[in-house]
Design a binder for this molecule. Structure first.
Ligand code: AMP
Length: 215
């Protein structure tokens, strides 16, 4: 199904944004811009962007707004982004939301909706402490299968450096301090915000998101 759709997917770390975002992007045939994934890929490539982001990411802090807005501006200029896109893990600060608003307005576009996946702190800590990702390609391994190798490329599974317990707690703090205000910012604007419980299984959460954005 192809439809022009511009969505922001928000929620604390470990809320399931990546999983739900991939399903939505596939369903609507739109590109998904996950800033965390883009930064991790840049680190693996050893690029300038990756080097700039490294120390912030490992400390659980946010990468500076101008770096993030630069990469989103480039993404929005590509031909693939002209018929809609999904932002996953962006915007994470009010300044980023304002920057996105300006970029979209200049291009005569607007967001259709913000989807907020809600998950409790206790559940986040539980999820992230057991999350394993591929050290080579970054794919998140399915949980509960006792796997040692990436189902995609066969690489070894590791704990993401920023999923260590002390960094997870900092990421949650950063989320409450800097990213939750973005939700209030959208609620005060004319953008629709849908709050979806991020628990209850991947298929059920996807169904709830689809129902909300179809309304
Ligand atoms: P994520 O995979 O979305 O949890 O992101 C991992 C890390 O990348 C975050 O803890 C931040 O250090 C950085 N990051 C990702 N997206 C952003 C963003 N929109 N703004 C600032 N930093 C970001």
């Amino acid at each position: 199904m192809t439809r022009v759709l511009r969505l922001v997917l928000m929620g604390p770390p470990g809320a399931g944004k990546g999983t739900q975002g991939e399903l939505l992007a596939h369903r609507f045939g739109i590109p998904r811009y996950a800033t965390g994934d883009i930064l991790r890929a840049s680190r693996r490539d050893g690029s300038e962007l990756g080097r700039k982001a490294q120390s912030f990411m490992d400390a659980g802090e946010l990468v500076p707004d101008e770096v993030i807005l630069g990469l989103i501006g480039e993404a929005l200029d590509t031909p693939e982004a002209q018929d809609g896109c999904l932002f996953d893990g962006f915007p994470r600060t009010v300044a980023q939301a304002e920057g996105l608003d300006t970029l979209l307005r200049e291009a005569g576009r607007e967001l259709d909706a913000v989807v907020n996946l809600a998950v409790s702190d206790a559940e986040i800590v539980r999820r992230l402490s057991s999350r394993r990702v591929c050290g080579d390609c970054g794919t998140v391994a399915p949980t509960g299968e006792g796997r040692r190798e990436c189902p995609g490329c066969g690489g070894g599974l590791v704990t993401r450096p920023d999923d260590r317990p002390e960094t997870v707690l900092r990421r949650l703090e950063v989320y409450r301090e800097q990213t939750e205000p973005v939700l209030s910012w959208y609620r005060d604007s004319s953008t629709r915000v849908f709050d979806i419980p991020g628990t209850g299984g991947v298929a059920r959460v996807q169904e709830l998101i689809l129902e909300a954005i179809a309304a």
